[in-house]
Design a protein around this ligand. Structure first.
Ligand code: HSE
Length: 377
């Protein structure tokens, strides 16, 4: 395989190193605007598209532009594309999957969800035989690192975030991590593949952890609860619910014990039931290894994307119901069931209702924090 690699940051440098160790992978170009001091370096994206011998383009630049233009150009030039860029694939899902199909080339993004976990390839495999009814889990290493360190080691939010950045877990702009958007993109990709749909990212309700305080964590601890940022999607009675929210789990729950940058992602299917995947969800080598595994899959004959169909389906989060820990200076009288630390525990309400409340309350109180209370597990 002759590879054109786009991006030589945390992941790109890892991909370069791992690919170099193999005889069946040749990195011919590495595109980066910075001088990177390697012989394959180029600043001209055209070098990769115009070279007929390059059969696969790997995009690990991140961001939407020029990643979209470059990936579209690579597909149009008849190259297979492997990317770890969830923001890109989630945003241009219809365009890029259709283009790959039209050009009859492979389009793979396994490292985009779960870092080093072979989650998307496992979903692809299970959905051949069984309908997937639900997906759930921890899909972001940075926020899990922050939440683990706040609860277990008493670190402040800011210190834990700085450490996650130093370890190469966080996005270039860590807002995407702490506001839940990174998880939303990963959930959208997973749900699209699992359910054969094409979801609109704007319809997915997302609550992040930016505003969680030491006192919130203390309130949860005193009730033997652990807060994790969870993604969830399910289909029930013809409705599709898809949302991301901090979730309070019993300390003894499996998901509550997931440490540092690890992810734990579960699907629930008609015959097998629940199956979980656990591993490092962020970091140079786990993610780079998953990118290189995609290349090896191409060498073993993979020729397309993970799913074929992509029906437009509206998200309906009125069918998912929780009690919520809600801390805000906005008026909560109509929702509150009991007082919990600096906040309240609400009566049961739907994710859609809480999203509508939080959207309004945010105007008055930008520091609002919500976390769903999960009873089962
Ligand atoms: N910023 C992401 C995370 C990187 O922390 O999970 C891996 O997708």
């Amino acid at each position: 395989m002759i590879i054109g690699l786009m991006g030589f940051g945390t992941i790109g440098a890892g991909v370069y190193e791992l690919a170099k160790s193999r005889k069946d992978l040749t990195v011919r170009y590495v595109l980066d605007i910075r001088e990177i001091g390697i012989p394959e370096w180029t600043t001209r994206a055209e070098d990769l598209f115009e070279d007929k011998e390059v059969d696969t383009v790997i995009e690990v630049m991140g961001g939407l532009h020029p990643a979209y233009e470059f990936v579209a150009a690579a597909l149009k030039a008849g190259k297979n594309v492997v990317t770890a860029n969830k923001y890109l694939v989630a945003t241009y899902y219809d365009e890029l999957t259709a283009l790959a199909k039209e050009q009859d080339v492979a389009f793979r993004c396994t490292a985009a969800v779960g870092g080093g976990i072979s989650w998307l390839t496992s979903l692809e495999r299970v959905r051949r035989l069984e309908p997937v009814v639900a997906l759930e889990g921890i899909m972001n290493g940075t926020t899990n690192y922050i939440l683990t360190n706040m609860a277990k080691n008493g670190l402040s939010f800011e210190t834990a975030l700085s450490e996650a950045q130093a370890l190469g877990y966080a996005e270039a702009d860590p807002s995407a991590d702490i506001d839940g958007l990174d998880v939303m993109h990963k959930l959208l990709l997973s749900a699209n593949i699992a359910f054969d749909v094409s979801l609109d990212p704007k319809e997915i309700d997302v609550f992040g952890i930016r505003n969680i305080t030491d006192d919130d964590v203390w309130t949860f601890k005193s009730r033997h609860l652990t807060c994790k940022l969870l993604a969830r999607a399910f289909q029930k009675n013809g409705k599709t619910a898809v949302f991301v929210q901090p979730t309070l789990l019993s300390e003894s729950a499996l998901t509550a014990s997931v440490p540092t940058n690890f992810n734990l992602i579960t699907y629930d299917t008609a015959f097998t039931g629940k199956m979980s995947y656990y591993g490092q969800g962020a970091g140079r080598y786990p993610t780079a290894a998953n990118v290189v595994q995609d290349c090896l899959d191409l060498l073993s004959g993979v020729t397309k994307f993970y799913a074929d169909a992509a029906d437009k389906v509206a998200v309906d989060n009125s069918v998912a119901k929780y009690q919520y820990y809600l801390r805000t200076t906005a008026d909560t009288k109509a929702l509150a069931a009991e007082k919990w630390g600096d906040g309240v525990l609400t009566k049961e309400m739907s994710v859609a209702e809480m999203a509508a409340f939080a959207e309004k309350a945010k105007a008055e109180d930008p520091r609002i924090f919500v976390a769903a209370l999960k009873n089962e597990e």
